[in-house]
Design a protein around this ligand. Structure first.
Ligand SMILES: [Zn+2]
Ligand SMILES: [Zn+2]
Length: 747
C-alpha cells in the first residue's frame, strides 16, 4: 500500500485560502493539476480545482478525502496556474473564483472514462473459479459499461486505477471516453454575423507599411516576451497584420489568442480569421450556448484549435504553447470586467504573454493613453500604420460650432442646416448616411412646467428618459419605468416639459425631414428582440437603408463600404463627465465613429456638431490624430497625478441602508488613513470617502474611496494589508464593500 496522496484544491467561494484533501487509491494514478474534483467543504459539497500535489505537513487539522474526480483529463493545462495565481493576487480575488471565471460558464459537461469487458475478459471469468478483485471487476461489467466510480459501487471492491490499466493491457477490458452533461448539444455550421456562410479567403498582398510592421514583429517572434502597440488609423488594415503574425505563429506549432471587444455579434475581425484559418479557429464568446462553449474549449485543450478568438474571457483559452496574444481595439473599455473579479483583459494579455514567453500585440486606431505612455517610456514597442489601404483617404471632418446655433428653433437645434444639406446631397448620390448620437430614448430630461423638478428614478439618483414609442419614462440604470402620463411627483402638476433628445427623437425628426428615405435605428431599445440586430445589419449591407441612426453600438467593429456620410449629432455628451478619462473616451468614440465613413471607394465626409469646437479631444478626433490628443491629455494627467503616473484602487461601498453605507465608508476610510500614515505616507494618497457621482443605483446607496499610489507594488501591498487585516470592516452585514483594482467605471 502506497502512502496516501494529498492535493491542493481551490474552491469557487469567496475564500482566499486553498485547501488540502486526501486522494483515495482508486484516483491516485489519474489525479493531476487542472482536474476538477468533488469535495466536501464545510457543510456543503462543491466542485474544486486541483492546483497541485501537497505536503500533509503544511496543514494542521483533519484532512478530508475527495468524493469524486470529475475529469478524466485536466480541464486546463498546469502551465496556466502561475497566471491564475498572478491574477488572483493582483486583483485581490479568490483563486477558486478566478478559475471559475476562466472556465466556460455552466460547465456541466465533462468527459468521462468508461470501461467495457472484452471477450478475453469474459473467458477470464469462465476460467477462474476464485473470486479475485479482477473477477469482481469483470463481473460488474457484464451487463453495463461503467466508470471507475460505478465499478467501485457495483463490484463492492476497492478499484485502483493501476489494476484497471494492467487489466486493459492484458486485454480483459477496454476503455473509452464519452461526454456527459445535462443536455446533448449539436454544433452549428460556421456562419458569420449576418448569418451568411463564411467563404475561405487567401492572404492579401501587403502594403509597404504593413510589410514593415509584420517584419518588425516577426523579428521578435519566438524570442521571448515583448509587447507591441500597433497604432493604425481606421481602415489601415490592422487585421491583415494580425493574420500574418498568426499564420507565422501556428506554422511554428504554437498558438494564438485574439481578443476582440465585446459587441453583440461576431466582429468583422473574427469573421476574417475564420475565413482565413477555418477549423483551426476556436471561438469563446459569451453568446455561445454552454454546449458550444464546452466544445470550443475542448477543441483547444485537445490541440485541435490553434487560434482562440473571443471577447474578454478568451484570454483564459487553455493553450499551453502560446506564441502570441493579440488584443484588437485595445482602447475598448469592455476589456475591463465589471463584475467582482474586475480584471482588465488587455492588461492581463501582457501578463499571460510574459508568463508564456510569447509576444503581446495591442492594436487600435485610437490607442489608450496608458498604452501609448508605455511606448514613450520604452515598456512597449510602438508600430504605426498611417495610411488607409488602397490609398483611400481619411474622411473630411467639418466641425459645426453649435454655440452659434443657439437661436435656431425646433429641429434645427440638433439637425443643423449644414447637416441637413449634407444628408440631402448624400441621398441624391444613393449612398448611406450614419447619424451618431450616444444617447437613446426620446427626451432625456423631463421637467415639471410648474415647479421645474426633473422626473427622477425612484431607485436611482438620475433623471428618467422618455421613450415615446413605449409611452414610458425609463431609467437607464436600473430599468425602472413609469407611464408617460405620470404627473410631477413633487407638486402633482400634469404638464411636463420634454427637454433633451435621444436617438428615438432623431429618428422621428429625420423621418419627417426625409419622408422618402429608408431610415433605421440601431440602439439597445431597437435591438432588444433576439435576432433583430442581425436583421437591421443585413438591411444596411443590402442597401435597404439610407439613413442609419445609432448609438455606440454602431460605432464599433462594423465595416459598411456604402456609408459615405457620418453626422455626429452632439459630440459633447461624455466630455463633461466627472472622470479623468472623459476626454480620452470622447476622443476615441468620435474618431472611431468618424472612421466609419469612406471605407469603400468613395471618400467619406463627417459633420461633427459640438459646443466645444476648440477642445483638443474634438480637434484630435477631427484629424484622427491620437498623438496630438495624447500630448495634451498627458499634461493634465501629470498635473493631477492620475494614471498612467499613478495607479488607482477604488473601494466601493454599497448598501440599501443609507446610514450603514455612510458609516462603513467612514470606518474603512479611517482604516485607510491610519494605514497610510503608518506604512506609506509619501507614496499613497487617499481620496474620500465620498458619495459616488451617482449616489444611488437600484436602491443601493453608493460611496467610494480612491487610493492612489505612485508605485504599483507599494499600492498592492497597501491594499492587501488593508483588506486582509481588516476583514471585519469589509464584512458588515447588509453592506457590500469591494475592491476594484485599476478602476475604469468610477461613476
Ligand atoms: Zn433607476
Ligand atoms: Zn412639479
Amino acid at each position: 500500500m502506497n502512502s496516501p496522496l494529498y492535493i491542493e484544491v481551490a474552491v469557487p467561494f469567496p475564500v482566499y485560502n486553498t485547501y488540502i484533501y486526501k486522494v483515495s487509491e482508486q484516483y491516485a494514478d489519474l489525479i493531476a493539476p487542472g482536474v476538477r474534483v468533488f469535495v466536501p467543504f464545510g457543510s456543503k459539497r462543491t466542485t474544486g480545482y486541483v492546483l497541485g500535489f501537497a505536503n500533509k505537513k503544511e496543514f494542521k487539522g483533519k484532512i478530508l478525502s475527495i468524493l469524486d474526480m470529475l475529469d478524466a483529463k485536466p480541464i486546463f493545462p498546469k502551465s496556466m496556474l502561475p497566471f491564475f495565481r498572478w491574477a488572483s493576487d493582483y486583483y485581490i480575488y479568490p483563486i477558486g473564483e478566478v478559475i471559475k471565471t476562466a472556465l466556460p460558464k455552466k460547465i456541466d459537461f465533462y468527459e468521462q472514462t468508461f470501461f467495457s469487458i472484452t471477450d478475453a475478459g469474459k473467458k477470464f471469468i469462465k476460467n477462474n473459479k476464485n473470486l479475485s478483485t479482477k473477477k469482481k471487476i469483470l463481473n460488474a461489467l457484464i451487463k453495463k459499461d461503467l466508470t471507475i466510480k460505478g465499478l467501485q459501487a457495483k463490484s463492492g471492491a476497492s478499484v485502483p486505477a493501476s489494476l484497471l490499466y494492467s487489466m486493459e493491457k492484458q486485454g480483459f477490458l477496454e476503455k473509452y471516453s464519452e461526454i456527459k452533461g445535462k443536455s446533448s448539444f449539436k454544433r452549428k455550421i460556421q456562419k458569420d454575423r449576418l448569418g451568411e456562410k463564411i467563404i475561405r479567403d487567401v492572404p492579401y498582398p501587403l502594403t509597404k507599411e504593413q510589410t514593415d510592421v509584420v517584419e518588425h514583429i516577426n523579428a521578435s517572434l519566438f524570442n521571448g516576451f515583448k509587447t507591441f502597440l500597433l497604432a493604425g488609423v481606421t481602415g489601415s488594415g490592422k487585421t491583415e497584420v494580425y493574420m500574418n503574425i498568426a499564420a507565422r505563429v501556428i506554422e511554428k506549432g504554437l498558438s494564438v489568442i485574439l481578443l476582440v471587444p465585446e459587441i453583440s455579434l461576431m466582429s468583422q475581425v473574427e469573421r476574417r480569421f475564420k475565413a482565413r484559418f477555418g477549423e483551426t479557429v476556436a471561438v469563446l464568446h459569451s453568446s455561445l450556448a454552454a454546449g458550444e462553449k464546452y466544445f470550443e474549449w475542448m477543441k483547444i485543450l485537445n490541440k485541435k484549435a490553434k487560434i482562440a478568438i473571443g471577447a474578454r474571457s478568451a484570454l483564459f483559452a487553455p493553450f499551453d504553447n502560446l506564441g502570441a496574444v493579440i488584443v484588437d481595439e485595445e482602447h475598448d473599455t469592455s476589456y475591463k470586467d465589471s463584475g467582482g473579479f474586475g480584471y482588465n483583459a488587455k492588461d492581463l494579455a501582457s501578463v499571460r504573454a510574459k508568463l508564456a514567453n510569447a509576444i503581446a500585440l495591442l492594436g487600435s486606431a485610437t490607442p489608450s493613453v496608458a498604452s501609448y505612455y508605455n511606448v514613450i517610456s520604452s515598456k512597449y514597442t510602438g508600430l504605426y500604420l498611417k495610411e488607409r489601404v488602397k490609398k483611400r483617404a481619411l474622411p473630411n471632418v467639418e466641425i459645426i460650432d453649435m454655440r452659434k446655433k443657439r437661436d435656431l428653433k425646433g429641429i434645427n437645434k440638433f439637425i443643423t442646416p449644414e447637416l441637413k444639406l449634407a444628408i440631402a446631397d448624400n441621398l441624391k448620390l444613393k449612398k448611406q448616411t450614419l447619424l451618431f448620437l450616444n444617447r437613446r430614448g426620446f427626451a432625456n430630461l423631463s421637467i415639471c412646467a410648474q415647479c421645474a423638478s426633473p422626473l427622477r428614478c425612484k431607485q436611482c439618483d438620475i433623471s428618467l428618459t422618455l421613450h415615446q414609442k413605449d409611452n414610458v419614462y425609463r431609467c437607464h440604470l436600473c430599468g425602472y419605468f413609469q407611464s408617460a402620463n405620470a404627473v410631477c411627483n413633487v407638486c402633482g402638476n400634469r404638464s411636463i416639459k420634454k427637454l433633451g433628445f435621444g436617438t428615438e427623437k432623431i429618428e422621428a425628426v429625420i423621418s419627417k425631414l426625409f419622408p422618402n428615405a429608408k431610415t433605421i435605428r440601431i440602439d439597445k431599445d431597437a435591438t432588444k428582440k433576439k435576432g433583430s440586430l442581425v436583421t437591421l445589419l443585413k438591411r444596411i449591407k443590402n442597401k435597404k437603408a439610407d439613413i442609419i441612426i445609432g448609438t455606440q453600438m454602431i460605432a464599433k467593429g462594423h465595416d459598411f463600404p456604402d456609408i459615405t456620410l457620418v453626422g455626429i449629432i452632439c459630440a459633447d455628451i461624455s466630455l463633461n463627465f466627472p472622470d479623468f478619462r472623459a476626454g480620452e473616451q470622447t476622443f476615441q468614440l468620435l474618431a472611431q465613429v468618424a472612421g466609419r465613413a469612406g471605407r469603400g471607394d468613395l471618400k467619406g465626409r463627417v459633420i461633427l456638431q459640438t459646443f466645444n469646437p476648440a477642445h483638443f479631444a474634438i480637434l484630435s478626433a477631427k484629424e484622427q490624430d491620437f498623438i496630438k490628443f495624447y500630448n495634451q491629455d498627458i499634461v493634465f494627467r501629470k498635473g493631477l497625478n492620475y494614471p498612467p503616473f499613478s495607479r488607482l484602487i477604488q473601494i466601493k461601498i454599497e448598501s440599501k441602508n443609507k446610514e450603514k453605507a455612510a458609516k462603513t465608508a467612514y470606518s474603512i476610510g479611517k482604516l485607510c488613513k491610519n494605514l497610510m500614515k503608518k506604512t506609506a505616507k509619501d507614496s499613497i494618497e487617499i481620496l474620500g470617502p465620498v458619495e459616488s457621482p451617482i449616489a444611488k443605483i437600484a436602491s443601493m446607496f453608493r460611496w467610494q474611496i480612491l487610493v492612489k499610489g505612485t508605485n504599483s507594488s507599494t499600492l498592492r501591498l497597501f491594499a492587501n494589508k488593508l483588506f486582509f487585516d481588516n476583514q471585519k470592516a469589509f464584512k458588515v452585514s447588509g453592506v457590500k464593500a469591494t475592491i476594484d483594482v485599476d478602476p475604469i467605471f468610477m461613476m
